[in-house]
Design a protein around this ligand. Structure first.
Ligand code: NZQ
Ligand code: ZN
Length: 381
């Protein structure tokens, strides 16, 4: 295990009816700007619960943060926040609303800097306080210090580091209104978040390996019930908690990490509009196939401990793991091939060229560059 310093400052407020406790976490007299997406929270009653809980507070509303939030929208929110002189932001919605809010918080604290410059800098040096009521378990944004923002004008999508939400309220009942497609995307995202931190090399941390395997096993086990039309509170609680645990920095203390699939996936989203979860479902089996030798030890560990597969040659077991993950994504109803999304060789070449021009080297071995990204994507046509 490598040396590390760990501090996660988010207060997690979890469970049925917890939105009603909002005022316990916001100081009296705070001027709040609430940030929202396209209206799901009005349909499922979350908006009414939040407004009832904030009775007596001075509140401004900003609507219209889109999935894969854009810097163009963030700029408008920063302007409103500045005009209204808000003290704190409360994101109410999915990961996109919260990610945008992390950048709005930075834009308000650093008025002389354009928000896109903060993203390109890859870190927010200052932010006004922000918190969330999270309605979509997927990104872990509710308890992490990352955010991913797109620039529609240049068709780019990058992550940057920010502060942690002051608090996040997670009521599993808010997930009852999610569509099958949203749940499918989110479960692919959760599993790939764990894989990005787990599927590297063996022998780095016994504790984190078992922890990561447990989170993945939970999602594999509950996925059919999460997708079912009749939601079960305990299942949706495990689903929501798994998403938070998969990416709240607990699973990556003192170990190497991959994240190449996310980087390639962000390009598919930026260039072709593929949803985040589906982009990962397409790329991940290809990455594992191309890097099977490098990741061999960990793939075999996954086969043994997660799939209980110990028979057969090493090559057969590796093949089974790759096929298992692809079938899992398919069982969620997601595409796992570029052709299913009408994406061809031109996009593969565009991504390879972008990576080469940017001089990137992703992955735990820093070997996923333009050339290797091309190889991975050609495997997914
Ligand atoms: O916009 P509204 O109307 O609210 O509808 C949203 C949106 O259309 C809807 N939705 C959210 N909660 C709902 C609901 N519909 C019904 N019932 C509910 N309870 O779902 C749609 C998708 O929402 P979005 O926020 O885009 O999804 P998600 O949470 O998956 O966030 C995806 C974004 O997060 C980034 C992704 O790249 C993508 O931009 N990521 C952020 C990370 C982070 N901050 O650490 C890490 C991830 O790897 C990821 O990259
Ligand atoms: Zn993700």
């Amino acid at each position: 295990m490598q040396n590390f310093i760990f501090q996660n400052t988010t207060k997690l407020v979890f469970g049925k009816g917890q939105i009603a406790s909002l005022s316990q976490f916001v100081a009296p007299g705070t001027k709040l700007m609430l940030t929202f997406g396209g209206g799901s929270v009005k349909k499922n009653g979350v908006y009414d619960q939040v407004m009832a809980a904030l009775t007596g507070y001075d509140v401004v509303e900003f609507w219209g943060i889109e999935p894969n939030p854009s810097v163009e929208t963030v700029r408008k929110a920063v302007q409103l926040g500045r005009e209204e002189k808000v003290d704190m932001l409360l994101a109410v919605g999915g990961g996109s609303v919260l990610d945008a809010t992390k950048l709005i918080a930075a834009g308000l604290a650093e008025p002389e800097t354009d928000p896109w410059a903060i993203v390109l800098r890859r870190s927010a040096s200052k932010q006004i306080p922000f918190a969330s009521v999270m309605t979509l378990p997927a990104t872990g944004s509710e308890m992490n210090n990352g955010a991913v923002i797109s620039c529609r004008e240049t068709k780019e999508k990058y992550g940057f580091f920010a502060g942690y939400p002051t608090f996040s309220i997670l009521d599993p009942m808010t997930t009852y209104s999610l569509s099958k497609t949203q749940k499918a995307n989110s479960m692919a995202d959760i599993v790939v978040h764990v894989l990005e931190q787990y599927m590297t090399t063996t022998g780095q941390s016994r504790v984190l390996d078992h922890w990561a395997e447990g989170v993945m096993q939970t999602i594999f086990e509950i996925a059919p019930q999460v997708l079912a039309d009749e939601p079960d509170y305990d299942v949706m609680s495990d689903y929501m908690y798994s998403a938070t645990m998969a990416l709240n920095n607990f699973l990556r203390m003192g170990i190497t990490q991959d994240w190449a699939t996310h980087q390639i996936g962000h390009e598919l989203t930026a260039l072709c509009g593929v949803t985040h979860g589906e982009s990962l479902a397409i790329v991940y089996p290809g990455l594992l196939s191309v890097l099977r030798e490098q990741k061999k030890g960990k793939i075999l560990q996954f086969a043994d401990r997660v799939l209980r597969l110990t028979e057969g040659s090493e090559e057969d077991r590796i093949e089974t793991v790759i096929r298992y993950l692809e079938s899992f994504f398919k069982s969620l109803g997601l595409a796992t091939r570029l052709s299913e999304k009408g994406i061809g060789v031109e996009t593969v070449e565009a991504i390879a060229t972008r990576f080469t021009e940017r001089g990137v080297h992703f992955g735990e071995a820093q070997n996923v560059d333009g050339e290797l990204a091309r190889k991975i994507l050609l495997e997914r046509l």
